[in-house]
Design a binder for this molecule. Structure first.
Ligand code: SF4
Length: 238
């Protein structure tokens, strides 16, 4: 069995176990390549795991186009969680539309309003959530575990693609003809909000284009604050 097919089987087993033991479970999709692998696996297996996205109001048109392509390919409507309009209006009125360039604090406050607060609503009442994070994506994800205690949100967090390589992801997408964000073909390995994401040069870190004006250690949006412990894939999938 190839490396990819072994990983696919392990991931299918993890997803099936989440659906069985942690209902209701949800999958937070940023509509990027990794998330499309999980979308394909969840929807083809008809698992009772709802998929949602955080529509921050600052996404690329290409990212929003993925909602239509998922609808056309799978007949599935991804649920959208948006920021509270009054919170966005107050931030912009007080600080300006693009104040996130001014300091890490300003950037984190924008992420809190546009991502973290809506995520809290999306996770309310759930037992588990799933992300497409991989360990090799960045310095901040080097310790990523397949299953973590998400103390901040009070539920379990699963990262089924933890051990997948970037090559695994693209081999899966091409082999299964899964739609993917057009920005990936234009030098964007990692995609976030439009003003906070740039293309990267060959050889640059995968996440170098995210909040490129900040240090690597600060480059998370506050969605993944967990107190996790490593649980091996085999024990989760068993
Ligand atoms: S990524 Fe940028 S635009 Fe998006 S929520 Fe964070 S700071 Fe705001």
């Amino acid at each position: 069995m190839s490396d990819l097919h072994r990983r696919v089987e392990e991931t299918q087993a993890i997803l099936a176990r989440i659906a069985r033991d942690y209902s209701p479970a949800v999958f937070a999709s940023s509509l990027a390549a990794e998330d499309m692998v999980l979308t394909d696996l969840i929807l083809k297996a008809r698992l009772p795991i709802a998929i949602f996205s955080l529509e921050t109001g600052r996404l690329h048109a290409e990212t929003l186009d993925m909602l239509k392509r998922v609808r056309e390919t799978y007949g599935y409507e991804i649920a959208l969680y948006k920021p509270q309009p009054e919170a966005v209006e107050a931030y912009v009125a007080q600080n300006g539309l693009n104040a996130f360039y001014d300091s890490v604090e300003m950037r984190k406050e924008c992420c809190r309003i546009r991502k973290v607060e809506p995520l809290g609503r999306a996770l309310a009442g759930k037992q588990a959530w799933i992300t497409g994070q991989r360990r090799s994506q960045s310095a901040t994800r080097a310790e990523l575990a397949v299953q973590e205690d998400d103390v901040a949100h009070g539920l379990q967090k699963f990262n089924p693609l933890t051990d997948w390589s970037e090559e695994n992801v693209w081999e899966y997408l091409h082999e299964n003809q899964v739609p993917y964000n057009a920005l990936h073909d234009r030098g964007y390995p990692s995609i976030g909000c439009e003003p906070c994401t740039r293309a990267v040069q060959p050889g640059e870190d995968v996440r170098a284009g995210r909040w490129w004006w900040e240090n690597p250690e600060s480059k998370e949006c506050g969605l993944h604050v967990v107190d996790g412990k490593l649980i091996r894939i085999k024990s989760v999938a068993a």
